[in-house]
Ligand binder design. Structure first.
Ligand code: NAD
Length: 472
């Protein structure tokens, strides 16, 4: 029987069944019932009822539910790892790393659930406020619709479910079509952890079908992680809802001549190719000061050569398959197109089905798609720059602004980069890929708006409510 959808505490199947296939060899892994319009309607109706329960849950209870979830996820750790390897072709090391982070995300959520406070502030800045007092507190917004992408299915779902529960909101989670299985395990965990059943639904729905919930007034907020094309389109349809968008990027990393080149090369190799480059903060553009370009390139290529490509079930493999043949072919076309326009390969190229070897390109131009668009594949470009200002201009050149990295030992450059690099997060002596789960995380420009990182997501998932007290 195909895996079912969880709707307000009830598991329901459907006639619309989707196959889940292992991206490495195309073998059948499982099948999943896709939610109908009636299922979505039922989930939203349940969420409205569920909100009457969740808004009154005391913080110790919300925290306890989240701690229970962390305990249950720990018990099912290996099962989640296997599900992610098979549904998304995620290599074992990365799947273990992601599940470990998902546990952290739930533990952080359990802590933050206790910390949702408010403010007492002096409202008498002008005579009109004399003899009054001002207070604020945060109120849960209502039903949250969490839409997640394929590349980090368990941790990104926890980044939506965790803060929603912490804030006292119901949540409907809709995973990506390609990676439903790990989220189904998470749904079982939410139910078992004691969250009010009406307040949680997990729907495997086709992307376009889900727009029904994007436009429905019973959903108060959309927390979307995915591509810019879908995210910005959904925002335009969301009307009065709150919307947060965690979208893509083409992250740049600057390596200045005063940096520790060995460390930078090692970090860049890990950051460019983790999860087969299918990472919104993957290192895509390496900008190297010309004096150290050759030295850095040699070190980097050596690091890249040590990466093992292959079957994601093999614990030694660093780079598994891409999510689909279509995506691998698209990346290959971009590499070929750049080569046709004068770029050359330092290493890589030569796709084998969904397996795409780590590929390093040089002599690229900023307007090539491997630079100016999100490549979302194990492909990185490496370019030389002469002046610091040129490096800053290059890193900012383009539509995105999620995260960036700068390697330098000069504190003035560090502060200048912090001023001028247009991103949501800048990492010094670290690559763009750095993330721990409680830090504010999100982008500017085409990379979206709003921040995740539990405390910050809770701000987005609540409304500030003011009360003034007239003491006259
Ligand atoms: P995608 O945009 O194709 O899909 C994301 C989700 O949106 C899926 O659940 C999909 O079913 C849903 N969807 C698609 N069309 C829809 C519609 N019309 N209405 C409602 N929902 C719809 O993205 P993807 O290929 O799964 O993921 C890759 C993208 O996600 C990349 O661009 C990557 O950078 C981005 N991403 C961003 C972050 C971040 O935190 N900023 C993290 C991971 C991935």
């Amino acid at each position: 029987m195909s895996k079912r959808n969880l709707i307000g505490g009830e598991w329901r199947g459907s006639d619309d069944v989707m196959e889940v296939r292992f991206p490495y060899d195309g073998s059948l892994v499982d099948s999943v019932s896709m939610a109908s319009a009636a299922d979505m309607d039922a989930a939203m109706a349940a969420a409205v009822d569920g909100f009457e329960v969740t808004r009154k849950l005391p913080s110790h209870r919300r925290s306890e539910i989240l701690s229970n979830m962390a305990g249950l996820l720990r018990a099912r750790f290996d099962e989640v790892v296997e599900a992610m390897i098979l549904e998304g072709g995620k290599n074992r090391k990365t799947a273990i790393g992601e599940t470990t982070r998902a546990l952290e995300t739930l533990k952080i959520s359990a802590e933050e659930a206790r910390r949702i406070g408010g403010e007492v502030f002096s409202i008498d800045w002008t005579a009109a406020g004399e003899n009054r007092q001002g207070f604020t507190r945060r109120q849960p917004v209502g039903a949250v619709l969490g839409i997640t992408p394929f590349n980090y299915p368990i941790n990104l779902a926890c980044h939506k479910i965790g803060p929603a529960i912490a804030a006292g909101n119901p949540i409907i989670i809709k995973p990506a079509e390609k990676t439903p299985l790990s989220t189904i395990i998470l749904a079982e965990i939410v139910l078992e952890a004691g969250f009010p059943p009406a307040a949680f639904s997990m729907l495997n729905a086709w992307g376009p079908d889900s727009e029904l919930m994007v436009t429905d007034p019973r959903v108060a907020m959309i927390s979307f992680t995915g591509s810019g094309a879908v995210g910005w389109m959904l925002k335009s349809k969301a009307g009065q809802k709150k919307v947060t968008l965690e979208l893509g990027g083409n992250a740049g990393v600057i390596v200045h001549k005063d940096a520790d080149l060995e460390d930078a090369a090692a970090q860049a190799a890990a950051g460019a190719f983790a999860n087969a480059g299918q990472n919104c903060i993957s290192v895509q553009r390496l900008l190297i000061q010309r004096d150290v370009f050759e030295d850095f390139a040699d070190l980097f290529v050596e690091q890249v050569g040590a990466l093992k490509v292959g079957d994601p079930r093999d614990p030694d493999v660093d780079i598994g398959p891409m999510i689909s043949l279509r995506d691998a072919e698209r990346a290959e076309a971009w590499v070929n197109e750049a080569q046709g326009a004068g770029a050359s390969l330092l290493v890589g190229g030569g796709r084998d089905g969904t397996l795409f070897p780590p590929t390093v390109m040089t002599e690229t131009a900023p307007n090539m798609r491997v630079n100016c668009e999100e490549v979302f594949a194990p492909v990185v470009t490496i370019s030389a720059y002469d002046s610091w200002d040129e490096a800053v201009a290059l890193i900012n050149d383009g539509p995105y602004g999620l995260q960036a990295g700068v390697f330098t030992s000069d504190i003035k450059r560090v502060m200048d980069a912090w001023d001028r690099v247009e991103v949501g997060g800048l990492h010094i002596n670290a690559v763009s890929t750095f993330r721990v789960d409680h830090m504010p995380y999100g982008g500017v420009k085409a990379s979206g708006y709003g921040r995740e990182g539990i405390k910050y997501a809770i701000e987005d998932m609540t409304e500030l409510r003011l009360m003034t007290l007239n003491l006259r």
